[in-house]
Design a protein around this ligand. Structure first.
Ligand SMILES: Nc1ncnc2c1ncn2[C@@H]1O[C@H](COP(=O)(O)OP(=O)(O)OP(=O)(O)O)[C@@H](O)[C@H]1O
Length: 502
């Protein structure tokens, strides 16, 4: 089915998020939308999916104008959307989730469980998804859950599929699988609108690329264009795609982890007698396929893990067994993996979010009362320094684009005196210009002389940012290696082969 968006304008108050956007997606075409954080990509897709009513403009499918008053209408017209945060019910099976189908208010899509099972099998076989209709969602990997979302959309006869940053949460292998699924879907005539900040993927999979900047389409790019060309078209300036940093000048081993063991609620071992240290003025990047203990390591440092043994010390002080609050007050800057769950309070304003856990401290509180001018001043600086695209510092954080939410968290955590900085997936969802900026900030934190621990699944980020790399597999370290280690060697470590046995 051919999709045409003509002159779509969407305003939020006085702010124009989409400004007369024209976009044509041919039948069986993969059309990528490229644009910096806050450019208006998700807003445009929400208009297409009936979540927002445009202030101006038309949506045409095969030349016929559509009026959507909600997602139900868009689904009926053949539009499917795979959200970044999945809409599946974890305790139900794949087939049961399909039965629930559609939007909650619209009742059931497929009423008969056997029919739903059959539908899952048929679609899964046709595209090689390897999904069993009786699998429980909570038992599936993130990649498999995403395939269930795609099955759900296809079971509703979607002929236009919107994938909004689908690879942000995937492992490299899962990303490859998704790319080949997209290719299959295209061959069978499905049109796909693909949103990603990863230029390599966009170039690999697209038939066409449209670039959006500040709410306007600023041009089309050829998939054969170089990463540098795409980046500068997107951001409007040249972007350094590699990290510029002087060699580390490591000081003392300020941060030490000794025999750290972390247990799950059910008693299984998530981290197994892990020992390593990080020197002041050094960046250690913890690499590995998601789910090998990296998240648990970050959480243990913060003070979130319930059952642990061993020790974690920063400048000689034991952190394990302390409350989160104590560890933050001691000088730990912490960026969690999931900004919307753990990093921000969506209903609070940007000003409130940048001072969140320090609101009762100097200079934000004086003699027991809040100093609104200090809070405002700090928030203005954060917005300026971190280039947070927002109508105002009084905007609710939940209203910001994904990448800009991440910048709010980073601004808060880097904007104070730190003794150590820990960040999980610090550039997830960020555009290339913002990644360049965040990497500079991380290097600056290192150069202030503190130990820095970064958890990342992006190999490019791992090798560019690290002074040393620790690869985790099955809750253990497969070795601590220099950033010059080859991708092949790192790949083997990620698959569970210790460096000294290669
Ligand atoms: N409901 C809303 N109310 C007010 N402003 C909004 C709302 N939704 C989006 N915006 C604003 O519209 C702009 C575009 O946001 P959008 O989410 O479309 O960007 P994006 O291109 O998808 O960015 P990212 O790559 O960071 O996900 C942002 O400045 C955002 O703050």
């Amino acid at each position: 089915m051919k999709l045409e968006l003509r002159g779509i304008t969407k305003r939020f108050g006085t702010f124009t998020a989409n400004d007369k956007i024209d976009l044509t997606v041919e039948s069986g075409e993969i059309h990528s939308l490229l644009g910096e954080n806050g450019a208006g990509k998700s807003t445009l897709m929400n208009v297409l999916y009936g979540l927002y009513e445009p202030d101006e403009g038309q949506i045409l499918l095969d030349g016929v104008e559509q009026k959507f008053s909600g997602p139900g209408d868009a689904i009926d017209a053949g539009i499917g959307m795979v959200h970044q945060h999945f809409m599946l019910i974890p305790v139900f099976t794949v087939a049961e989730n399909l039965m629930l189908g559609r939007e909650p208010t619209r009742g059931f899509g497929i009423l008969d469980l056997n029919a739903a099972r059959e539908r899952v099998r048929e679609i899964s076989d046709r595209f090689g998804f390897h999904i069993d209709p009786d699998d429980k969602i909570e038992d599936l990997s993130v990649g498999a859950q995403q395939r269930v979302e795609i099955i759900k959309a296809l079971s509703q006869e979607a002929s236009i599929l919107v994938l909004d940053e689908p690879t942000a949460v995937l492992t490299p292998q899962e990303t490859d699988e998704l790319m080949s699924i997209m290719d299959q879907l295209r061959k069978q005539g499905t049109s796909i609108v693909f949103i990603s900040h990863k230029l390599r993927e966009v170039r690999q999979v697209s038939d066409k690329i449209s670039v959006i900047r500040r709410g306007k389409v600023v041009g089309e790019a050829d998939p054969s264009a170089s990463n540098e060309e795409l980046a500068s078209l997107m951001v409007g300036r040249d972007v350094g795609l590699s990290v510029n940093k002087a060699p580390a000048k490591p000081g003392n081993a300020d941060f030490r982890v000794q025999d750290l063991t972390v247990f799950s609620k059910t008693g299984s071992v998530l981290i197994d007698k892990l020992s390593f240290d990080i020197h002041g003025g050094e960046i250690l990047v913890v690499a590995g396929v998601q789910g090998n203990g990296q998240t648990e390591l970050a959480e243990a440092i913060l003070g979130l893990s319930a059952t642990t043994s061993g020790s974690i010390t920063l400048l000689g002080k034991e952190m394990l067994g302390q409350s989160v609050r104590k560890n933050l007050d001691w000088g730990l800057g912490f960026v969690p993996e999931d900004r919307t769950e753990d990093g921000l309070v969506g209903e609070f304003t940007i000003s409130e979010n940048v001072v969140l856990d320090r609101i009762d401290q100097q200079p934000f509180s004086k003699f027991g009362s809040l100093s609104l001018s200090s809070i405002r001043e700090f928030a203005d600086e954060a917005v300026e320094d971190f280039d947070i695209r927002t109508p105002s510092i009084e905007t609710h954080a939940g209203r910001l684009s994904g990448g800009n939410q991440q910048k709010v968290v980073l601004a808060r955590e880097l904007g104070r005196e730190l003794k150590m900085f820990v960040a999980s997936q610090p550039t997830r969802g960020l555009d290339v210009g913002s990644i360049e900026f965040v990497h500079k900030q991380i290097v600056a934190a290192r150069d202030s002389g503190i130990p820095v621990l970064i958890v990342s699944t992006e190999l490019d980020e791992v090798t560019q940012l690290a002074d040393r790399i620790m690869v985790m597999y099955g809750g253990r370290s497969m070795g601590i290696v220099p950033p010059t280690t080859t991708r092949e060697e790192l790949g083997k470590m990620m698959a569970g082969v210790p460096y000294d046995q290669q």
